[in-house]
Design a protein around this ligand. Structure first.
Ligand SMILES: [Zn+2]
Length: 138
């Protein structure tokens, strides 16, 4: 996952600030040092590390999932993740119910989808969300 990917999720999807702290030489808080964010201008005594979400943690997966649901994009995201082809378990089933086409994903797919990281230790769920958002944005 690139910094651009992480920025996209942080700012565009979650609506949070992206921070890039630099040592401002104690300009604020009259301490030995303090830090200012070059992006939003916020000042802090000591920045929380990491400065930005890694999108490798369960908290990130949960927050991204909640936001996709809140924005009404969950179903489309699920379809997108399934159609990418990385998932190799049992196939989805579909049916027509009350004239509506409905797809059911097997629990194996849910287990695969909700992995914070893949077998290489790279972002999985949140990377799929990035790929999806870039596709929607086209
Ligand atoms: Zn900032």
């Amino acid at each position: 996952m690139t910094d651009d990917d992480r920025k996209l999720l942080t700012e565009k999807l979650l609506g949070e600030e992206w921070h890039e702290w630099f040592d401002d030489g104690g300009k604020h808080f009259s301490e030995w040092r303090s830090y200012t964010c070059g992006i939003c201008g916020k000042n802090v005594e000591s920045p929380v590390e990491p400065a930005n979400r890694t999108f490798l943690a369960w908290q990130d997966v949960g927050d991204v999932k909640d936001k996709l649901v809140e924005k009404g994009m969950w179903r489309e995201f699920e379809n997108h993740a399934y159609s990418l082809g990385g998932y190799e378990g049992p196939a989805a089933m579909s049916d027509i119910i009350d004239g509506k086409y409905v797809v059911y994903y097997p629990s194996e797919f849910t287990v695969w989808l909700f992995r914070p990281v893949n077998e290489k230790g790279e972002a999985h769920f949140c990377q799929l969300a990035v790929d999806f958002l870039m596709e929607v944005d086209k």
